[in-house]
Design a protein around this ligand. Structure first.
Ligand code: GLN
Length: 463
C-alpha cells in the first residue's frame, strides 16, 4: 500500500484517531496501513512508556519495516535490525505505530523534498509541516493523546517541525543518543531526538533513548539524568543573542510572540540580558553549516548505487557498471539530493578543500567557543525557533535553494555547535503556531527541560 498513509491517514482520519483508544484501533481495523507494523504484545519491559504509541522518522531503521529515508533510491529497503533507539523504546514498553515522512535524506526545511508525498500541516492543509522531520511533527499535532515521535536533526530538523506544528521538540547534545541504525545525513552533525505534546513527553522519551551504546562509539558514557523529574528553576539567567532576533526576514508576529514570552519570564523572576555575538549571525552560520553538511552528505550518498540496498535496475540492460550506477542514481535521487552531491563533491575536491571545508570547520570551532563563553554568563539562551510561520506549500516550492537555506538561520548555529535545543510552542501568529527555542550548554538538557516546563506553566497561567 502507498506510503502516503503515514501522515495523510492521520490527517484525514483525525476524528477516528482522536480517542484514547487509538492503540487498540490501530491493532484491529487498520492493520493494512503501511505505517503500521505487527504490534508485539507482552514484551518484557520496564514499563516507562508502557503502551505509548511511537512513530519514527523514515531515516531510522526498524526491523522488517520499509525504511527509505524519504528517497526513491531506498524504496522497498527493509532493514534486518532495529536501530538502538527503537530497541530502547520497545524495551520501555512503547508500541511502534509507523514511519513518518521526511525530506529525502533530511535535505530540506519544509518536507517538500519527499519522494513519496508532501505532508500537510494539521493547522492548515495548504501549509507545509516543516522539515526535514516534518511528518514526525505533524503527527504529534494531529493526534489527541500522548505519543512519542522520533525525529532527527542535522541542522534544525526537530526544532523546525516542532515550531511549525505547535508541538515540543528536543534535539539533544551530539553524542547523547546513539545513531546506530540511522541512515546518516552528515555524521558529525546528526542527532536523534524526540517530538511530543509536552516538555514532559519529550523529557520522558529522551530519558529512554539516551545513553552510551557499544554500537556507536560517539555516544557519551555520561549517565543519563532523570530528565522527566521536572524541577523548579530559581534565579534563571537568560541570554538573548541579538543576532538571533534582529535578523533579516523575521516576521513581526514571530518577534512579538518572542518578546512577549521574554517579558513573561522576566516578570516571573528570570534575569534577561540581550547581548551581541556576531558569530551567531546568519552570514556566518549558514555557509559554515551548508559546506560541512553537503561535504559529508555527498560522501554518505556514494553507497546508494542500486547494488546493496533499495532501488535497482536490470543489470542486463547496461554495458557496464558505471552506466548501471549512473542510471539508478539519476532516476532515483531527487533534485535537492543531486544538488548536494554536486556541491558537496566540489567542496571536497583537492584545491578547494582548504578554501571551503577547512575554513568552515574552523568557523565551527569558533562557534563552539562562542556558545561556551555565552554559557559562562547565562544558564540558557533563547531565540525564536523559526523566523516565520509555516509557509504555504506552493510558496515554499517556489523559493530558490538559497532562500530555503536562509530559513535555517536560527537552527544551524546550535546544531553546528552540538548543543541541546528545545522548541516549545509560543503562541499563534496569523493562526499558525510559532516556537520558542531554548539552548543549553553541552549535556545541559536537565536545566533546559526544567526551563521549558516552567515556561509551559507560566503560559498556561497567564495567556
Ligand atoms: N534544512 C537543513 C538542511 O537541509 C536542516 C535539515 C536537517 O536537520 N536534516 O540541511
Amino acid at each position: 500500500m502507498a506510503r502516503e498513509n503515514t501522515v495523510k491517514d492521520f490527517l484525514d482520519n483525525r476524528e477516528k484517531y482522536s480517542n484514547s483508544d487509538f492503540y487498540s484501533e490501530l491493532k484491529s481495523e487498520n492493520r493494512d496501513l503501511e505505517f503500521m507494523r505487527e504490534i508485539v504484545e507482552g514484551e518484557e519491559n520496564d514499563g516507562k512508556l508502557k503502551n505509548i504509541p511511537f512513530v519514527v522518522k523514515d531515516a531510522i531503521c526498524v526491523e522488517d519495516v520499509v525504511t527509505s529515508a524519504g528517497s526513491k533510491v531506498l524504496e522497498g529497503y527493509r532493514p534486518v535490525f532495529d536501530a538502538t533507539v527503537i530497541e530502547r523504546l520497545r524495551n520501555a514498553g512503547a508500541q511502534f505505530s509507523g514511519k513518518t515522512h521526511m525530506d529525502e535524506f533530511g535535505f530540506g526545511t519544509f518536507s517538500t523534498n519527499c519522494a513519496f508525498a508532501t505532508p500537510k500541516n494539521p493547522h492548515d492543509s495548504e501549509r507545509v509541516v516543516g522539515g526535514s522531520s516534518g511528518g514526525a511533527g505533524a503527527v504529534v499535532a494531529a493526534v489527541d493523546y500522548p505519543m512519542i515521535s522520533i525525529g532527527e536533526s542535522t541542522g534544525g530538523s526537530i526544532t523546525n517541525p516542532a515550531a511549525y506544528n505547535g508541538v515540543v521538540g528536543v534535539t539533544p547534545t551530539y553524542g547523547r543518543v546513539s545513531r546506530h541504525g540511522l541512515i546518516d545525513y552528515a555524521n558529525s552533525l546528526d542527532k536523534i531526538g524526540v517530538l511530543a505534546k509536552s516538555v514532559y513527553g519529550t523529557a520522558k522519551g529522551l530519558e529512554v533513548i539516551a545513553g552510551e551504546d557499544d554500537n556507536d562509539h560517539t555516544t557519551s558514557y555520561r549517565p543519563v539524568p532523570s530528565y522527566s523529574e521536572l524541577e523548579e528553576v530559581d534565579n534563571l539567567k537568560i541570554g538573548v543573542p541579538r543576532q538571533m532576533l534582529e535578523l533579516d526576514g523575521i516576521q513581526p508576529g514571530v518577534k512579538e510572540n518572542f518578546e512577549r514570552s521574554i517579558e513573561l519570564l522576566e516578570d516571573n523572576g528570570a534575569e534577561v540580558e540581550y547581548f551581541d555575538q556576531p558569530l551567531f549571525s546568519a552570514e556566518t552560520v549558514l555557509p559554515a553549516y551548508y559546506i560541512l553538511a553537503m561535504a559529508e552528505a555527498s560522501t554518505n550518498l556514494a553507497k546508494f548505487s542500486g547494488m546493496r540496498y533499495g532501488n535497482e535496475a536490470d543489470p542486463e540492460d547496461f554495458d557496464d557498471f558505471n552506466q548501471y550506477f549512473s542510471h539508478v542514481r539519476s532516476e532515483a535521487f531527487g533534485e535537492e539530493a543531486k544538488r548536494r552531491i554536486l556541491l558537496g563533491t566540489y567542496i571536497r575536491k583537492a584545491g578547494y578543500r582548504d578554501k571551503y571545508y577547512v575554513k568552515a570547520a574552523k568557523v565551527r570551532t569558533k562557534l563552539i567557543e562562542a556558545f561556551e563563553n555565552a554559557f559562562e554568563n547565562y544558564d540558557v539562551l533563547m531565540c525564536p525557533s523559526m523566523p516565520n510561520i509555516a509557509p504555504k506549500i506552493e510558496d515554499a516550492e517556489a523559493l530558490r535553494p538559497e532562500e530555503v537555506y536562509a530559513m535555517d538561520s536560527l537552527t544551524v548555529g546550535p546544531n553546528l555547535a552540538g548543543i541541546p535545543q528545545l522548541s516549545v510552542p509560543n503562541g499563534l501568529s496569523d493562526g499558525m503556531p510559532t516556537g520558542l527555542q531554548i539552548l543549553a550548554p553541552h549535556f545541559g538538557e536537565k536545566k533546559m527541560f526544567d526551563t521549558g516546563h516552567m515556561f509551559e506553566k507560566l503560559k498556561a497561567e497567564h495567556w
